[in-house]
Every structure is written in C-alpha cells, then in structure tokens.
Design a protein around this ligand. Structure first.
Ligand code: ADP
Ligand code: MG
Ligand code: MG
Length: 251
C-alpha cells in the first residue's frame, strides 16, 4: 500500500515544471521533500490535488493502486488523499463545524449517515487536543483567521477526515514557531501504520518537530537525492548549492 507517483510530468501553460517525477510513499512512513525555491514542490502538491491550472501531461499517481490523475479535487479527497489548501480560502456563511461535517460525510460509504452526536464528540476531542476554543466551530471557514488559526483548522480537518495519505505543503511563507508546532503535533498524533505523509518544506526546522523516515531533495522538477533524516541537517549546513554541484557534469 502506497502513494506511488510514476513519471509525473506537469506543465503550467507551456512551461514544463515537473519532469518525469518519481516518488513512492509507503503507508506508515513520513517522507519529506526539501528543495530550493521555484523547483516545483508546490506544483507537485497542487497537481496531485487536481488543481485546474496544472496540466498533467504524462505519468500517474496511484493511491493504493488507483490512479488519481484526471480526477476532480472532490473525488481525490474522497479517495483518501488530503491536501489542506485544496479547500477554499474563505466560505462566508458556512461554519467550520458544518464544513468539516460535510467533508466527513462525503467520505462515508454510500447510504451511511454520520451521527451528529458522535461527530461533535470527536470534533470537540480533536479541538481540545489542538487547544482550540469551542467558539471557533461557529465561525465561517477561514473568515479573518490568523495564520495560526488557519493552520489549526487545517489540522483539525485532517484529524477528522483521517485520510490514508496527507500532503502538507508548508510553502515558504514563514510559519511562526507556534504554527510549526501545531502542524507537527497534528501530524505526529496521526502517524501510524495505516497512513502516509508527504511533508514539503523549504526549511529544515519543521523536520526537528516531524522527524521524517526519508528525506528527498528536489531540484529542477525532479528528486535528485534521497536519504535519511540526516540529509536534512546536511542541507541545512551546506545549502542547496552543494546538491547542484554534485549534479553538475564533471568538466
Ligand atoms: P516551489 O514550491 O518549489 O518553490 P513552485 O512549484 O511554486 O516551486 O514553482 C515552480 C515553477 O513554476 C516556478 O518557476 C514558478 O515560477 C512556476 N509557477 C508556479 N506557479 C505558477 C503559476 N500559477 N503560473 C505560472 N508559473 C508558475
Ligand atoms: Mg515557492
Ligand atoms: Mg512552494
């Protein structure tokens, strides 16, 4: 059982960004992708989420054997892949509790109804774990949320949806230490044999909190190096130029 990305080639407009990208994340493991800015990390996440701006021109992405390439974002989520940012930035008038409830309901087998009391019990337990105020549930999705609140909300969604695989793209927006901790605690509490994680980050420090099983370095649309968690520390120390130099043909 794995998330198996094979020869994935993605372009934005006419510009190729991912070039025959390959990666396998088995269930039970946490893989990290690091790499310089502009190398295609977010493109990978968005293409897998089914974002319309990203043209997948070749390859496949198998979720426990089912190819999700070409599926609609909703269908991808129902299939068990979670990507926080695939949810709309702001939905006026829709409370968090109802938004997550609809998403959880959508993942249930045909004909099965989510029991409200059970749902709320679980929601409140997850909120307690994330130290979120109960009043939060009645606010509209992302309406005026701070960065930390948005992160908490994303992790809450993930905890309630219990996806088989989750991709966290931490972008380069400079999460503060509290937001980093929230993401890390959420991910760590959900680690287990039945779930795989792909954590994308530009900086090593997130990996102090989420200790990955495997670290991959991405450069120019491809994975160019893989190793254990010490690779992240090596990158932190030596920078990405070191990887580029290793890749340069000997003259
Ligand atoms: P990373 O996340 O590794 O910093 P991105 O995936 O965001 O890299 O970007 C990879 C390349 O794709 C960059 O050259 C970037 O300028 C380009 N790119 C990303 N998003 C868009 C877009 N919406 N339109 C045009 N080019 C884009
Ligand atoms: Mg970027
Ligand atoms: Mg990015």
């Amino acid at each position: 059982m794995s998330l198996d990305i094979r020869n994935l080639t993605v372009s934005i407009g006419e510009k190729p960004i991912l070039k025959e990208f390959n990666l396998t994340v088995p269930k039970g493991e946490v893989h990290a992708i690091m790499g310089p800015n502009g190398t295609g990390k977010s493109t990978l996440a968005k293409a897998l989420a089914g974002h319309e701006d990203y043209d997948i021109i070749g390859g496949e992405a198998l979720l426990d054997g089912t190819n999700i390439v070409g599926m609609e974002p909703d269908e991808i989520a129902r299939s068990g892949l979670f990507l926080a940012f695939q949810y709309p930035a702001e939905i006026p008038g829709v409370s968090i509790a109802n938004f997550i409830r609809a998403a959880v309901q959508a993942r249930l087998p045909e004909g099965e109804n989510l029991v409200a009391t059970k749902y709320y019990k679980e929601l409140y337990a997850a909120m307690d774990q994330l130290k979120m105020d109960r009043a939060f549930t009645s606010r509209s999705v992302n309406d005026g949320f701070s960065g930390g609140e948005k992160k908490r909300c994303e992790i809450l969604q993930m905890m309630m949806l219990k996806p088989e695989y989750a991709i966290m793209d931490e972008t380069d927006s400079g999460l503060d230490i509290d937001a980093l901790r929230i993401v890390a605690e959420g991910v760590n509490s959900m680690r287990g044999p039945d779930r795989g994680f792909l954590v994308i980050t530009h900086y090593q420090r997130l990996l102090d909190y989420i200790v990955p099983d495997v670290v991959h370095v991405m450069y120019d649309g491809k994975i160019v190096k893989s190793g254990d968690k010490t690779l992240a520390l090596e990158l932190e120390e030596k920078g990405y130029d070191w990887v580029k130099e290793e890749l340069a043909p000997a003259s």
